[in-house]
Design a binder for this molecule. Structure first.
Ligand SMILES: *[C@@H]1O[C@H](CO)[C@@H](O)[C@H](O)[C@H]1NC(C)=O
Length: 447
């Protein structure tokens, strides 16, 4: 019986191994025939350990669903040559490798998100929609849908080129005109259209610039609920992010009024502001507060520039649409004052702020540990100071008493003692710095 169980578990074990392959440096030469989804990890990295069980599930699921994508993992520290060739700069790094192309995965590290990514990127860059039913089905499932309409053309070539690069962000479809419902009236063919926000917009080469920059700007709904993760995704469009900071339980209904106002700017004043702004609301002010190292009131409006970490707030609370529109225009024409930023002093402030919030959070979650962690170095430092002071006063008296010692010998001994003590104290401090670094919000952002 025991034997049977052992045999069974070893069978399970070996099949689990087959689902996620451990890769070594021979991988580079043998990978070309297949599409590979690879987790580059480091044995010491905590996020990698958290990803490990999810990665096994990803491997199992992709195999089960008959996906052609093969799943592997590589210790980037053991095969650093291969890792750096694939441009791995941190751990864990998830990449989908498809022939000459390598796609980075930047989304949340959950099984479903990773599998969706793998299926999207491994498939064709442009998926064709053969029928009206198919179009309607896909339209229901995608809040933002890019569609090329027409036959072969230079625009289609361009579209395919853009799609094969930006497939990491979104899906791309193509169809002939008769697939579209009558409500969609295109001025000319071929066209590239995006369906979103309950309507559609057509790409115009003269007004919208390059197709890839247009796709990058249009790949989100104009108004979205925003959290820490989506904020940075939205920021990658190069737009400013305008947020209503709200409280669901706000009894005065000012929260929902502000949400409504921002939504109206997004839809009714799209022509004026869509190019430069992404709109949304965020529940609660915790995230924003730690981002700007200050305090925004709830509810309120804030505009963030995620590329230089500057932000804008209206001079007085926004009451109506006119006021809000004036605020948006003042940010665009540069007359609104910018706060924050990523300058030298802001960075110093960030380090101090992060250190403070780490200490606070340690104390809040376990005061005893906090006392130990931060009390111990403090204790050592004060003991050290005490020791130095006492040593000096001892000196004076002892020098007077004894004459067998020379001054030099005394000083040398003292210096050594001091060095030993400082070295000890420095060791302690370094340890703390490491802990602080591990918890800093910049890492959370990356995560
Ligand atoms: C946002 O930051 C970028 C990068 O520093 C800058 O070029 C741009 O002008 C900023 N936008 C506004 C409205 O300040």
């Amino acid at each position: 019986m025991a034997l049977l169980r052992a045999a069974f578990s070893s069978l399970l074990f070996s099949s689990a191994l087959a689902l996620v392959q451990d890769l070594d440096d021979t991988f580079k030469d043998s990978r070309m025939e297949d599409v590979w989804l690879v987790d580059f990890y480091a044995p010491w990295c905590g996020y990698c350990k958290k990803l490990e069980p999810i990665w096994q599930e990803v491997g199992a699921e992709l195999t089960r669903s008959g996906s052609p994508v093969r799943v592997g993992k590589m210790d980037g520290t053991a095969y650093s040559g291969v890792a750096s060739e694939f441009g791995v700069r941190g751990y864990p790094t998830i990449k989908l490798l498809k022939g000459e192309l390598a796609y980075n995965y930047k989304g949340p590290r959950t099984k479903d998100d990773i599998i969706e990514f793998a299926n999207r990127v491994a498939g064709p860059a442009v998926r064709s929609l053969p029928s009206r039913q198919m179009f309607e089905h896909v339209l229901k499932r995608h809040s933002v849908l890019f569609l090329y309409v027409g036959g072969e053309s230079p625009l289609k070539e361009k579209y395919t080129e853009v799609a094969s690069e930006l497939i990491v962000c979104t899906y791309f479809f193509s169809a002939s005109e008769d697939v579209l419902p009558e409500s969609v009236a295109l001025h000319e063919l071929p066209s590239v259209v995006v369906f979103k926000d309950g309507t559609y917009f057509t790409y115009d080469e003269y007004e919208d610039g390059s197709l890839s920059s247009w796709v990058n700007r249009e790949r989100f709904q104009s108004y979205l609920p925003i959290d820490g993760f989506t904020l940075y995704e939205l920021g990658e469009t190069g737009k400013l992010v305008a947020i209503a900071v709200t409280d669901e339980r706000d009894p005065t209904e000012r929260s929902s009024r502000l949400k409504g106002l921002i939504q109206r700017v997004a839809t009714e004043h799209r022509d004026q502001f869509n190019r430069d702004f992404q709109f949304g609301h965020m529940e609660g002010n915790d995230y924003i507060n730690s981002l700007i190292m200050g305090e925004v009131s709830v509810p309120s409006i804030i505009i963030l520039n995620t590329s230089n970490e500057q932000y804008f707030v209206p001079a007085e609370p926004v009451e109506d649409l006119e006021q809000l529109l004036r605020f948006f225009s003042s940010v665009l024409d540069g007359s609104a004052p910018a706060f924050g930023g990523d300058g030298f002093f802001q960075r110093i402030k960030r380090v101090a702020y992060d250190a403070r919030s780490t200490i606070m959070s340690v104390f809040r979650s376990s005061p005893l540990l906090g006392c130990f962690l931060f009390g111990l170095p403090l204790g050592v430092i004060s003991l050290m100071c005490y020791g130095i002071c006492m040593a000096e006063s001892d000196d004076d008296t002892e020098l007077m008493k004894r004459d067998g010692f020379t001054d030099e010998e005394e000083e040398e001994g003292e210096e050594e003692e001091q060095q030993r003590l400082t070295a000890g104290a420095e060791g302690e401090e370094d340890e703390d710095a490491e802990k602080i670094e591990q918890k800093s919000p910049t890492e959370k952002k990356v995560d």
